[in-house]
Design a protein around this ligand. Sequence first.
Ligand SMILES: C[S@@+](CC[C@H](N)C(=O)[O-])C[C@H]1O[C@@H](n2cnc3c(N)ncnc32)[C@H](O)[C@@H]1O
Length: 236
Amino acid sequence: MQTSALPPTVDQCVGASVPKPAAASHDVLDLAPDDRRTAFVGRLEIAWDPRILEPRPWTADQSRWAARLLTTLPPGPVLELCSGAGHIGLLTVAGTRRELVCVDREPVATAYAADNAARNGIGAQVHARTATIEEVAEEPTRYALVLADPPWVPSAGIDRFPEDPPGAIDGGPDGTDLAVACVRTAATVLLPGGALVLQLGTAEQATGAVAEAAAAHGLTVEEVRPCAGGVLVLLR
Ligand SMILES: C[S@@+](CC[C@H](N)C(=O)[O-])C[C@H]1O[C@@H](n2cnc3c(N)ncnc32)[C@H](O)[C@@H]1O
C-alpha cells in the first residue's frame, strides 16, 4: 500500500465556479454497509465496496504528477472523469484550494467520492456528480486540469479480472473507447493552458487511438509515463 505523502503544493485561487451538483445520495452506500472497506491511498483514507473498483495503490502516481502540474497551471477547478471512489482527484487537490468535480456514471461511485471527501476533511471543495463523460462536455464550466481514469481493458480480456465490475474496466475492442471519449470532453472543457492527465493500460493505446483523437481535437500527447499498473499520459 502506498504510504508516502504528496509533495506540498502551492495554494491556487479557485477559478470559475463549478456546477452545483444534485447532492450525491448516501442512501446507496447504506445498501451494502457490511461490504464496506477502507484503505489508505497515499495519505487519504478511502472507502469503497465491491460494487465499484477497488482503489489501486499505484494510481496515487497519477495524483502526484497532477499535483505537481497544478502548481503551474492556470487558476481554475479540477475535473476528475471516471472517478470511482474519487481517490485520484482527492489526493490531487488535498492541500490546495482548487475545487474538484468528481464525475462517474455510477451513483454508488459518486456517493463514495463525496463520502471520501468528507472523511478526509475536504468535503467543502469537492462536488461529486453522477453523469457520463459526454454529458460533462455539454456543461459551461471550464477546468484548469482534467484527470481521467476510464475503463481501459480490451473487452476480450476483462475475464482476467473477475473481481472487478465489468463496467469499470471494459474499454471496448482495443480498450480505448472511453479514453477517446475523455479526450474529446477534455478538449472541450479545458481552459487555455490547461492539461489532461489520462490513465491507460499500455503505451500503444496512448500513441495509437488516443493520440489520433487528441490531434483531431486540438490536444497533443506530451509525455507517456510507464507506471506499476498501467501508463499515465499528459496531454495539453
Ligand atoms: C477504471 S474505473 C476507475 C475508478 C477510479 N478512478 C479508481 O481508480 O478506482 C472507471 C470508472 O469509469 C466509470 N465509467 C465507465 N463508463 C463511464 C462513462 N461513460 N461515463 C462516466 N463514467 C464512466 C465506471 O463507473 C468506473 O467507476
